[in-house]
Design a protein around this ligand. Structure first.
Ligand SMILES: *Cc1c(COP(=O)(O)O)cnc(C)c1O
Length: 296
């Protein structure tokens, strides 16, 4: 278990220790911690384009990988992108590596599942290609403790194939164990907080939370659509994207904004009454603005 920026950093670090002079490829929709990790580790980093849903475009990825086909490649994918809540198609992205001829000894695939790696495993009917799973031949997956798991402090989990961890483990006699962490020590309270939430919720609890959050996000998107407001909600995602409202609403509902859009993430604490109040306030403002546009 690693702390805040440390998870992506630890993932990219383990990848670098595995590969010879690798290049990191991440999408333009990936989290800012990836270029940051590349900078700290002095790894060359290249971005790859995404489609309008926010997922990596396999064609764009193919171009970037092809141009770097003689290098070792660290590919960072995302399960639930920060702005649009998109899921990269893991199957297609891994098959791009295969097709270009980057064999498993020359690659490391990391899946950043900060939000949705704790949603997707708990829903039915999901296409296999976006399911965050080691069955795709990936090397690591990370998720946040303070998002779907619900710990009271920021923390997270990085799960890595054992062979990669063993490679960096150093025996520390003073600890009477091997040190496999990035920092050399870790927060035991964070471990307990995650354990507590996981044991309390159990698989049934996570399934319930995932299902209700997806339903509520769909409800929010449907309410916006019926008021004529353009929305983006990726399938099995909790992130609803819509045009940025007034500063008053942004501040009242603490919306994260990006250019001219804003998003709402329907977490388990976002209940029907809050959604109704938000939809009411937003649509009232929207109608008022449309009327002004018509009359001016
Ligand atoms: C929130 C988020 C992060 C950062 O995770 P923290 O646990 O808050 O550091 C990384 N990637 C994505 C896609 C996120 O949504």
């Amino acid at each position: 278990m690693e702390g805040l920026p440390a998870r992506q950093l630890a993932g990219v670090y383990l990848a670098r220790e595995t590969l010879d002079n690798p290049v990191l490829i991440y999408s333009t929709e990936a989290h800012y911690s990836l270029p940051k990790a590349a900078k700290i580790l002095r790894i060359e980093a290249l971005t790859c384009g995404a489609d309008c849903s926010g997922a990596i475009s396999p064609d764009a990825l193919s171009g970037v990988i092809h141009a770097n086909r003689h290098r070792s490649i660290i590919l960072a994918l995302t399960s639930g992108t920060t702005i649009k809540g998109a899921h990269d198609d893991i199957t297609s992205c891994v098959s791009v590596l295969d097709r270009v001829g980057i064999d498993p000894s020359r690659r490391f695939v990391h899946v950043d599942g900060a939000l949705n790696a704790m949603v997707l495993p708990f829903v039915d009917g999901l296409p296999n290609c976006i399911r965050p799973s080691f069955r795709h031949g990936i090397d690591s997956v990370s998720t946040s403790g303070h998002k779907m798991i619900g710990t009271p402090m920021p923390c997270g989990i990085l799960v890595v194939r054992r062979e990669h961890v063993s490679r960096v483990a150093s025996a520390v006699s003073y600890l009477r164990s091997d040190d496999t962490t990035l920092m050399g020590s870790r927060n035991g309270h964070a471990v307990l907080a995650i354990w507590n939430r996981v044991m309390r919720l159990g698989i049934a609890g996570f399934r319930h939370n995932a299902r209700t959050c997806i339903e509520r996000a769909e409800g929010l998107a449907a309410a916006f659509r019926s008021a004529g407001i353009p929305v983006l909600l990726n399938p099995w995602s909790l992130t609803v994207v819509f045009p940025k409202p007034s500063e008053r609403l942004v501040s009242e509902y603490q919306l994260a904004c990006h250019d001219n859009s804003a998003h709402a993430i329907v977490m388990p604490n976002v209940k029907a009454d809050l959604i109704d109040r938000f939809v009411g306030a937003y649509t009232a403002e929207w109608r008022c603005n449309s009327r002004q546009k018509v009359s001016s």
